[in-house]
Structures are given as C-alpha cells and as structure tokens.
Design a protein around this ligand. Sequence first.
Ligand code: FE2
Ligand code: FE2
Length: 263
Amino acid sequence: MSIELDEAALRRDLQTLLAEPGCARGIANLAGDPFFLNFFLVSVSQGEGLGEAAVGMIGQEELAGYIRDLKRQEIEERGHKEQTLEGARELFPEYFDAGRYRYETALQGRPYYLAVLQANRDRLERLGRYSRLNLYLTTTFAYEIMVVLLYSAALEAVRHATSIPDRVRSRVVAILDRILGEEETHVGILDQHNALLAMSRAGLSDEAQSMLDSLGMLTREDYAAPAELAVRQVARMMRRYAEPETYRAEIEGAAAAAPAEGC
Ligand SMILES: [Fe+2]
Ligand SMILES: [Fe+2]
C-alpha cells in the first residue's frame, strides 16, 4: 500500500523525548564540555559513516536504480562523516594520537546504529515483512528523523553554551548547520516508497518484483515504529551525559581496557 504519514507531526511527537529534562540536561552538558563535545562529534562521524554504507544495503541493483538521489545521499553522508571528524581533530587535537581518536572503543555511533538496525530487522521478520529494501527504507527513514531532531537539539545547545571558546562554538555550529541543511533536503523516503510502488513492473526480474510485493505490505507503523525506537535509543544515550563524571570515567576506562586500533 502507499504510505500516508504526517512526518512533521511524527517529528514533533518524538521531539518531546529529547526535551525531557534528563535528556535536555545531557545535551546541554555535552555542548558545554570539550571532552564530550569532541566525543559527540566523533560518534556522529562514526554513525554517518554507517549511513553512507547503508546505501549499498539494498543489494538489488535494478530497484536501487529507481531510487532517486541515492548516489547523492551516499556522497552527502560521506561528507558528514568527514566534516565532523575533521572538525573534531582540528578543534580538539588533544584527544587524538597521530590523528587517531583516543577513545574510539567507547564511541556510540556504531553500537547505536547496529542496535536500531537489528531491532528493526527483527521486527520486520517477526511480522513477515522483511526484505533488504524494506529494511533499508524503514531504517533510513528512522535515522533521518532522529538525525534532524538530535542535531537540531545539539546545535541549539552549542549555540547557547557559554563555557566553550567562540571559535569552537562557531565551528561546531557551522558543521551541524551545514549537515542539517543537507539532511532536510534529502528526497523523502516515503515519496520514494510510493514512487516505487507506482512504477511499471514491465521488464523487472522476479527478484525485483518480489521485493516490490514485499514493499507493498509495509504499513505506516513500519515507518513510525523504528523512528520512535531510534529517537528513544538516542535519548537514552543523551541522558548519560547528564552524569558527566560517571560517563567520562566509563569512556576513559573503556579506552584503557581496549586501546583504539584505528579511526
Ligand atoms: Fe548525514
Ligand atoms: Fe542523512
């Protein structure tokens, strides 16, 4: 079925999860503390790198060819990965050894990304609606919503952080602003969903056709549920910054136990 979903209303709903006091305090803490601000930027870079790789996840060349702006999305996500890491390295060289991030083993981007992906895969499988295309579209939708909400909240907090130097604030604001601008203009996933269902199937392989059959089974809830999960998980992560001493000790402890191998 084609999907009708009020994306703006869903965003507003989920935004309240990040506005909850413990989470808002965590975001304010991360914005005002160089150690955490840097940790956040490198975590974001790691997550963006996985977003770049996800474009290849569809694994069905024919249908991938029909998804508009896929290449652009891949290039943009790569840019986000590079800009955040570059900013982190230039602003906070004290946390890098020969260009390698010292606390890499404690980074949150990858575990977060994989946890949301796996939970969404399990959900779709349980409901009999799993396909690589379905997983790609619903997970990408979820991340895109989370990214806009999280980066907007972080951007606001950095803007208001008085405890960091001006040059740090303006650089981080510029990085997040630019990424947000690009994220906001991504071609809507739901439009792509509907366009794929509406296209002519003439000449498509059996594999592509069965992926479209499976796509047609997706419901609005199959998009809204992973988006809520993605924002809930990220809110949980942000609440950890509300206990800065504990969290910092944990990050340093993880790095001491398993030193970084490469970044
Ligand atoms: Fe991105
Ligand atoms: Fe994105």
